[in-house]
Design a protein around this ligand. Sequence first.
Ligand SMILES: Nc1ncnc2c1ncn2[C@@H]1O[C@H](COP(=O)(O)OP(=O)(O)O)[C@@H](O)[C@H]1O
Ligand SMILES: [Mg+2]
Length: 425
Amino acid sequence: MKVLVIGSGGREHALVWKLAQSPRVSALFCAPGNAGIESQARCIPIAAEDIPQLKAFAVSEGIDLTVVGPEGSLALGIADEFRKVKLKIFGPTRGAAEIESSKIFAKDLMIRHQIPTASARSFDRVAPALAYLAHHPLPVVVKAEGLAQGKGVVVATTHEQAREAATDMLEKQRFGAAGQRVLIEECLDGAEVSVMAFTDGKTVVPMVPAQDHKRVGDGDTGPNTGGMGAYAPAPLVTPSLQTTILRTVLCPIVDALSRIGRPFHGVLYAGLMIVRGAPYVLEFNARFGDPETQVVLPLLKTDLVDVMEAVVEHRLDQLTVEWHKQSSVCVVLTSAGYPGSYQTGLPIHGLPESRPSDDVLVFHAGTRREGQAVVTAGGRVVGVTGLGPRLAIAREQAYKVVGTIAFQGRHFRSDIASHSLQANP
Ligand SMILES: Nc1ncnc2c1ncn2[C@@H]1O[C@H](COP(=O)(O)OP(=O)(O)O)[C@@H](O)[C@H]1O
Ligand SMILES: [Mg+2]
């Protein structure tokens, strides 16, 4: 079977790594890929958003299954385009992916189906938004409706901050079309977890719960990033909480999407706040999370091709998905300055040629090859995933290898998973 993965980050490297293990895969491609993916898949220089070229490649190469990493390609309708020509693709249609690309669509659907979430109101003009904010208790959350690469949400602790956020989005058009409408939302206080699930629009198979670390600095300080690290399973999600999440969040939203004629096929990601033991939805994503994928997929025992094929063929109910009883921790190495501006093209030293040990995986994110050298090519550069029978051991494994990879200005958080370890030693 010929498989094509679309994207170029750490998530896609983890997907390629897992798919490469399947005895059913005879050829693996990635568009556009990165310097790490190159050793496990043939990288094709087509951008993830260039749907006509991707489609032409999939047709001419006779690709049997395409797996979509990034949300941008889904929001552009890659799944619709591929299905038109009978190409099998793992990922939702544009209509179903609106659960991520429109936070207002998602909020309306949740409210209509009594899925627990923060109360909110939407605005498309600045004056009514500011008037509403003036009387809103603090903190308050202001969200751009559309895709904003994790930069479109402001948790404001003062009215001035909230006003500035709303003005930036609605008046100054800081996020372009993605900020033409905003949600002003009640602030929830609790602990965050992510639960991803495979779904074919009928059956929902949750993955092990994960927790990520968004702030750039130790102790959750500094600005939000795409993710500085993650760990799984998150001990906060007990089996009974996982059942509640499935029953009150994942199943109802999948049913709701099917009922409105937008059945969701692929991975649905629920970003949750656990408030006094109960889950509330912060957002849905229409794809695998990054860096959650780098900790969750190494724990998947079942052949990923089997799972994806069952999703695409709408027979997920016939498959048993199994997990390794292990823990994993991923630490992300970033460029100096990230999530602000940063330099690229810096040589990376100490990258292992092969897997450093059975307990460690190195996933490339923003890297590219320049002659013999591998150089930085993004804000998040590489992620190191450690595995072990317990979270503490997994963490130790990851940090051991993190210390051996070097590039100018290298930054990483030294406290990934430590918060959870203090609570659950
Ligand atoms: N209602 C809320 N209450 C408290 N914090 C929130 C709320 N909504 C979002 N956040 C915080 O903002 C972050 C980003 O919001 P999210 O809705 O996940 O958007 P995105 O991932 O698209 O930026 C969340 O991970 C969470 O930390
Ligand atoms: Mg989020």
